[in-house]
Write a protein that binds this ligand. Structure first.
Ligand code: ADP
Ligand code: MG
Length: 256
């Protein structure tokens, strides 16, 4: 059964009387429990828009989004979801445990429970040895890992991660990838976005390709490669996107 679902989900940004930007257009997605699902697409293809609509941070122009059968504004459902935004900003004079304690307070966790959870999370993201270090001295990889720990504070069943490996060096990418696989083993469902092809290829069970707000293709990588007679993800990406652009140009040309 789908644990995350969108039906004809659409977001148009209105930028004035005549200017409308398509953020997302009629997107149908089904993400199953326990899988790592990757939304893949170039910059501006609608990845963040889709995730924010699911989380209720943006309102749709039309269509629906559900998590665990509940709409994005359902407070009880949100207790089961963790989110790591694209460019999180942290108060960087705090150290790791202090930041996590702040997040725990947002969930009204009692302090014993919070302390135990913080220890577990620092172990999981391998930041136990950096407990006293202020976040302003963290590397990008460490910041990404503490962000992941913060998104896990309430032990959510579902994790939504916007571009979790952008800006990381190969070691940072590998660490994040291993961490995601460990979380999958714990039974979590992970929805991530990325424009980083090799990352997605290595970690995702299924992918969706977005372009100009449209969902172009979805499935397992092997299945999609067969369907589009592509040799690999890069080839698949180029093929689906070029085919869409050719059609798009033909349509807009006709209208002129
Ligand atoms: N707040 C906003 N106002 C106007 N346009 C926006 C806004 N947010 C995103 N967009 C536009 O919507 C499209 C999709 O953006 P986004 O979802 O951020 O893509 P991605 O995350 O794939 O880079 C882009 O054309 C972007 O410029
Ligand atoms: Mg984005």
């Amino acid at each position: 059964m789908a644990i995350i679902e969108t039906k004809q989900l659409t977001k148009h940004y209105i930028l004035g009387k005549k200017k409308v930007v398509v953020g997302l257009e009629n997107v149908d997605l089904e993400i199953n429990q326990g899988e790592i699902f990757g939304i893949l697409g170039p910059n501006g293809s609608g990845k963040t828009t889709c995730l924010k609509l699911l989380l209720g941070i943006l309102f749709p122009t039309s269509g629906e989004a559900n998590i665990m059968g509940k709409p994005p504004y359902d407070i009880e459902m949100k207790q089961h979801v963790g989110f790591l935004p694209e460019n999180p900003y942290y108060y960087d004079y705090l150290n790791g445990p202090e930041l996590l304690r702040f997040y725990a307070s947002l969930y009204s966790m009692d302090s014993d429970k919070a302390d135990k959870r913080i220890e577990e999370l620092l172990e999981l993201v391998e930041l136990k040895d950096a407990k006293r270090l202020a976040l302003r001295h963290y590397s990008k990889g460490m910041l990404e890992r503490i962000g992941l720990a913060a998104s896990l504070i309430n032990d959510p069943e579902i994790l939504i991660l916007d571009e979790p490996t952008t800006g990381l060096d190969p070691i940072g990418c590998r660490d994040t990838r291993n961490l995601l696989l460990r979380l999958k083993e714990q039974g979590k469902t992970i929805l991530l976005s990325s424009h980083f092809l090799s990352e997605v290829e290595r970690v995702c069970d299924r992918i969706a390709i977005f372009h100009r707000g449209h969902l172009l293709a979805t499935g397992t990588l092997d299945g999609l490669n067969k369907q589009y007679q592509a040799e690999n993800l890069e080839d698949l990406f180029v093929k689906t996107i070029c085919a869409f652009d050719t059609e798009f140009a033909a349509k807009t040309g006709e209208r002129k």
